[in-house]
Design a protein. Structure first.
Length: 527
């Protein structure tokens, strides 16, 4: 009894008079104990990496916010080897066998990072985390992007590309154009043509200075996402009220796209219901989704899922392709040697510069293909860590709490694990002089078949495994159409403001130039 009393009477003297300091001390003690646990006692303690990355996520977050995550991770691989702990619960690796195991064999679920890519406050294929839920969604759209189905949309792709050439001719090299915007509008037209089945005319509007609100919304969406994830909901509602039209437009980008797609969904459903749509082999993706039934429920795909899926493809397909193209042409503007070889091949293959050949012919042009592959190696649009989560069991017999073996390290369930294209594509043992843009490394010779196969295994510009880019065939087609048509018709010149510094790569899942623009002049060639 005495002792209890003395404890009670003693306790106030244990608590510092200032409660703020008391709670700060508790927080500090907790953080220190956590840091000690993370550093010395966590199951990930034996994995190489800087100590400051192991104790908290703060360090890697600063690099994410500085838009330098890929380069930072790459330096870590150089310093610590192919497996690195980058945060208390995050491990990155650079290894082909582990990559196959995680993305293709075990098909780990995605990390919650992907929720930041949700559209219309709803999931689409890319943001669906779990494997089963994703498989159901992917089934709805996958056939749209098969090579044979895309062949049906070649006329639209060619039309859009000819419009691109005409637009550049109108400018006539007299002034430079921002390629990020130019190719975004081009890709919006292509994607809308194949997914909705009509011409948006975004590029023709842009070239005469008329805004296309849909293209603006697509470009605003990622910026909105970054802001949206950084502030709490109540603060988001407040900052969206800042009285500025351009600001409102950015805040509303998700809504603008949602309304655009929503209207088309209801319109097309009405046409389908009234039997106005005849039988046709050429079916836009929207119609495919409207006819799709989820296998788990045998119910039609709900409209809000269709809207989000359509929006997801607009976002996934436009800035990725346009940013890659901008970097491809920037490279051509400063590498006369490459442009000369490319134009020599194109001049022969495309005698009439305005007659864009069939895609099957472009696929057979060795230098064009080598150029695109090298472009996707160095300027792959999404070279960031593709995060997955170690599940509670990776064994076939369903044993629980089994650690996953990653190159000799046991990763417990819940660990976030990833590889990044940036580093796979810059592995010097596979790609000699990895930072040099060298299309010739991809050209077949009598002796390099093994080397080419190895290089192909390390190439993941479109991701890999069950979550590989759904639109990669469309992207591959459009990269070839646009490079062939533009390089056949124009020489590319970079004005002084477009230089190493302005084009330095920043990454926020997708890459973009530090200056947020890529101005280039396209001078018509003397044919
Ligand atoms: C150069 C252009 C492109 C690049 C570099 C690229 C890259 C990628 C990557 C790396 C992923 C995988 C993300 C992950 O595993 O976490 C992905 C997913 C996806 N991409 Fe692309 N992409 C491009 C163009 C396109 C186009 C043109 C479309 C369609 C119009 C598209 C639609 C998609 C979709 C739907 C997904 C999600 C796939 C799924 O989970 O089912 N992409 N893309």
């Amino acid at each position: 009894m005495d002792s209890t009393l003395s404890l009670v009477s003693l306790s106030p003297s244990w608590i510092p008079h200032n409660t703020g300091i008391f709670f700060l001390s508790i927080a500090f003690l907790y953080a220190s104990l956590r840091a000690i646990y993370n550093l010395f006692f966590s199951p990930l303690s034996s994995i190489p990496g800087p100590w400051y990355a192991a104790i908290s996520s703060f360090w890697i977050t600063t690099h994410v916010l500085r838009l330098q995550q890929c380069k930072t991770n790459h330096r870590l691989f150089e310093d610590y080897g192919p497996v690195v702990r980058v945060a208390p619960n995050k491990v990155i690796f650079k290894d082909v066998a582990s990559m196959r195991s995680i993305y293709s064999v075990h098909k780990f679920d995605k990390s919650t990072f992907y929720k930041s890519l949700m559209t219309n406050e709803n999931d689409h294929a890319m943001s669906t985390l779990d494997h089963a839920g994703h498989a159901m969604r992917r089934k709805g759209y996958a056939t749209h992007y098969t090579p044979s189905n895309l062949t049906l949309f070649q006329p639209e792709a060619v039309d859009c590309t000819l419009e691109l050439v005409t637009a550049l001719e109108q400018v006539g090299g007299k002034q430079s154009v921002d390629c990020l915007a130019l190719f975004r509008h081009y890709m919006v037209d292509v994607i809308i043509a194949s997914s909705h089945g009509y011409r948006q005319g975004a590029l023709s509007k842009w070239i005469v200075g008329v805004e296309d609100p849909l293209s603006t919304a697509i470009s605003d969406f990622p910026k909105r996402g970054v802001l949206r994830s950084a502030v709490p909901t109540w603060a988001w509602d407040l900052i969206c009220r800042i009285p500025n039209n351009r600001w409102h437009q950015m805040c509303d980008s998700d809504k603008i796209m949602g309304e655009f797609v929503g209207e088309r969904v209801y319109e097309r459903r009405a046409q389908m219901n009234s039997g106005k749509l005849g039988e046709s082999e050429k079916v836009p993706m929207l119609q495919r989704l409207l006819e799709h039934k989820y296998t788990s429920t045998d119910q039609p795909m709900p409209d809000h899922d269709i809207i989000s899926e359509m929006m997801g493809h607009m976002i996934a397909g436009s800035d990725t392709t346009s940013n890659s193209l901008s970097y491809f042409f920037w490279e051509l503007s400063r590498r006369a040697d490459i442009m000369t070889k490319l134009q020599a091949e194109l001049d022969q293959a495309i005698p009439d510069p305005r007659a864009i050949p069939d895609f099957s012919l472009l696929q057979r042009l060795p230098y064009l293909n080598a150029f695109v592959k090298e472009g996707l190696r160095i300027y792959s649009a999404a070279p960031s860590p593709l995060e997955r989560v170690v599940p509670s069991s990776t064994s076939r017999n369903g044993a629980l709490d089994e650690a996953f073996d990653l190159m000799g390290y046991a990763l417990p369930p819940g660990t976030i694990v990833s590889t990044q294209g940036w580093s796979m594509h810059r592995d010097a043992s596979i790609f000699p002089s990895p930072d040099t843009f060298l299309p010739d490394r991809w050209l077949e010779t009598f002796t390099n078949a093994d080397q080419l196969m190895k290089m192909a295994q390390y190439m993941i510009p479109f991701g890999t495994g069950s979550r590989v880019c759904g639109g990669q065939n469309l992207a591959q087609m459009m990269l070839r159409f646009s490079v062939a048509a533009v390089a056949r018709n124009f020489n590319v010149v970079a004005p002084p403001e477009t230089n190493e510094r302005s084009m330095e790569i920043r990454d926020s899942f997708v890459i973009f130039p530090a200056s947020m623009e890529c101005k280039l002049a396209f001078h018509p060639r003397n044919q």
